[in-house]
Design a protein around this ligand. Structure first.
Ligand SMILES: *[C@@H]1O[C@H](CO)[C@@H](O)[C@H](O)[C@H]1NC(C)=O
Ligand SMILES: *[C@@H]1O[C@H](CO)[C@@H](O)[C@H](O)[C@H]1NC(C)=O
Ligand SMILES: *[C@@H]1O[C@H](CO)[C@@H](O)[C@H](O)[C@H]1NC(C)=O
Ligand SMILES: *[C@@H]1O[C@H](CO)[C@@H](O)[C@H](O)[C@H]1NC(C)=O
Ligand SMILES: *[C@@H]1O[C@H](CO)[C@@H](O)[C@H](O)[C@H]1NC(C)=O
Ligand SMILES: [Zn+2]
Length: 579
């Protein structure tokens, strides 16, 4: 049968060519009276003018009234109050606050991970993430300098409850420091902790316990985190990566520019216990005696590996969930006899990195690891005798992730393939590192030999058996983008789309337990920060005042330095972007 080529919605029949009928004019023609026209009297003129004037007035009045009513409608639309549950009152008595940040996790990451998990576990469609069960609202994420925030401005909104510029670590646009909820909590007698999977000096954790004008000043951040800070030591526990900014430039694995040993400064001057291995972590975790605080555990020179890779290195790195559970247990024990509880920030830091790399396989495992830690916090709150609240949100979305990708100019397909993610056994980042090591070891390999090696790597690591030569060549020809190009091999197979290797401006989700009702609905990110201080009932403004009053030159054991670092130029700020 020949297909009818007419467009689907084309009219099936043309309108009458004669147009609307002429009946009206015909009628008035028939009603016309014959005879000579009479001369018009003055009275009739007056009546005529009166009629014209009143008609005009009626028309003008109705137009004006309509405009006015439209405007008041617009005003009502704009001013309509936010609906929602009655505000929750401030709690009384001892309480704990756990704040979780899923860096770079937008709504599409949840959909991606949920479907992946259902596929992987052959689970029913109503098997949802733990996060899904605690969804309460969404957050608008823009910073003071851009509609698209970075993690520094994003975390400053949470820590200080104020908007600032991309790159700012709890500093305001006028380059004055703003007090953080963690500092205020410490001052009020709470115990405090940070748990992350990236460097502990990275933007999100940094914003809670340090103040610098530019996020790249990680050496200064490390110093402030251990206690070289106008308020002294404000942290009791920190677990994560980022050892390299604590080690002197003379030692292996350092990334400091000076020769100060901050692990030593921490132990000697501020009483920290320092561990740097899984073995020491396990010893403390299994010990019968209470853990001594303050405790600093730095388990990697920079980031901890992605969960997808870490699970093959269980004996080297603790997981986010293990660190979170350890922190909850330790802080609970440490506050047992206190009338104040604790404030703990836990970050699923590398969801963001998987977004930057556009690596969907790495990302689903990061989100699942975060969801597992989230579940542990829920369980902790359920079982704890003390009251507490968990708030979880993201600073922004990363990657412009979309659970669909049009692969050709033809009609798009309505599907994506979780199977393609399930076949991956390593992150693109990990494979790119292996490739780089291989190339350094075999510098004289021919392209053919290198292709063959890479094909094996792709098959084993990404589970892709139909990789094209053009895809392999792209990985070979752009060594600095090897991880991105490897990740795109898997995104194409899974039909997962990405719009950027940076961040996006989309709203992110807010999750919360009972007591977080003030954050239901749609909010600015700073309202999340304001909620945190309100819940703990701590005076952040007093801390701000003290920090501003503190001399610009803060005396450290290293001598006087500008403790918030240099004020960056526009160029430096632009160059610092990327995370
Ligand atoms: C919730 O909001 C109300 C009204 O703004 C405020 O009084 C209350 O302290 C808030 N509760 C919490 C837990 O932040
Ligand atoms: C998946 O689950 C369905 C129903 O629960 C079951 O019938 C099917 O055998 C399972 N498939 C696999 C591969 O386990
Ligand atoms: C290490 O730091 C010291 C100052 O703290 C500096 O003089 C020296 O040049 C640095 N060395 C390197 C290799 O960067
Ligand atoms: C800073 O400390 C050093 C000794 O550590 C001291 O000599 C110096 O006077 C101090 N400076 C200020 C401004 O307090
Ligand atoms: C501190 O910063 C000011 C201006 O930004 C500069 O003039 C001064 O030299 C700096 N001092 C130190 C010790 O870095
Ligand atoms: Zn980022």
């Amino acid at each position: 049968m020949r297909r009818d080529r007419r467009p689907l919605f084309a009219p099936s029949r043309r309108l009458s060519p004669t147009g609307p009928s002429d009946e009206a004019s015909e009628e008035s023609y028939l009603l016309r009276k014959p005879g000579k026209p009479k001369s018009v009297s003055r009275r009739e003129w007056a009546l005529f003018i009166w009629a014209v004037l009143t008609t005009m007035i009626v028309i003008i009045l109705s137009v004006v009234l309509q405009r006015l009513s439209a405007r008041s409608n617009d005003d009502a639309y704009k001013r309509h109050p936010r609906p929602g549950p009655a505000p929750y009152p401030k709690p009384e008595g001892k309480r704990n606050l756990i704040f979780m940040v899923s860096d770079g996790m937008g709504p599409a990451s949840l959909s991606l991970t949920r479907s992946f998990r259902q596929y992987h576990g052959n689970l029913s469609i109503d098997d949802v993430l733990e996060l899904d069960k605690h969804f309460i609202g969404s957050s608008r994420t823009r910073s003071s300098s851009s509609l698209v925030t970075d993690s520094a401005a994003g975390a400053t909104a949470f820590s200080c409850g104020q908007k600032s510029y991309n790159g700012a670590i709890s500093m305001l646009p006028d380059h004055t420091p703003c007090g953080t909820v963690l500092e205020a909590a410490k001052r009020a007698g709470y115990m405090t902790g940070l748990v992350v999977t990236t460097s502990i000096t990275d933007a999100t954790p940094a914003c809670f316990a340090s103040h610098v004008n530019l996020r790249l000043e990680e050496d200064l951040i490390a110093q402030q985190e251990v206690g070289e800070h106008p308020l002294g030591r404000v942290l009791d526990l920190m677990l994560g990566g980022g050892r390299c900014h604590f080690l002197p430039n003379s030692s292996v694995g350092s990334c400091r520019t000076d020769d100060r040993d901050i692990t030593e400064v921490a132990q000697k001057n501020y009483g920290w216990h320092y561990i740097d291995s899984r073995k020491q972590f396990d010893q403390l975790n299994n010990a019968k005696t209470p853990v001594k605080l303050p405790l600093m555990g730095l388990f990697a020179p920079t980031d901890l590996p992605y969960e997808l890779d870490r699970r093959n290195m269980e004996d080297v790195y603790p997981s986010l969930d293990e660190m979170a559970q350890f922190a909850l247990k330790t802080l609970q024990e440490a506050t047992k006899y206190s009338d104040k509880g604790f404030f703990l920030m836990i970050e699923g830091s590398r969801i963001d990195h998987a977004g930057h790399c556009n690596d969907p396989a790495a990302q689903v495992h990061e989100v699942m690891a975060y969801d597992k830690a989230f579940f542990s916090v829920i369980t902790f709150l359920d079982e704890s005798d003390d009251q507490g609240v968990l708030i979880a949100t993201s600073d922004h979305e990363t990657g412009g992730l979309s659970t669909a990708k049009q692969l050709s100019a033809h009609y798009p397909q309505y599907l994506w393939h979780p199977k393609a993610l399930d076949r991956a056994t390593a992150s693109a980042e990990h494979l790119a590192k292996q490739l780089s090591t291989h190339r350094i070891s075999w510098p004289y390999e021919t392209r053919e030999e290198l292709r063959e090696y890479l094909q094996g790597l792709v098959q084993k690591g990404l589970g892709v058996t139909d990789v094209k030569d053009s895809e392999l060549d792209k990985v070979i020809d752009e060594p600095i983008y090897a991880a991105w190009n490897l990740a795109s091999i898997i995104s194409a197979r899974a039909q997962i789309g990405w719009s950027t290797h940076g961040h996006s401006a989309v709203d992110v989700n807010i999750y919360g337990t009972t007591g977080s009702g003030n954050l239901s609905g749609n909010h600015e990110n700073i309202e999340v920060g304001i909620f945190l201080r309100d819940y703990l009932n701590v005076d952040v403004d007093q801390i701000t005042k003290e920090l501003v009053d503190a001399s610009q030159l803060h005396n450290t054991t290293n001598g006087d330095t500008n403790w918030t670092g240099r004020i960056p130029s526009e160029e430096e700020l632009a160059a610092s972007m990327g995370y």
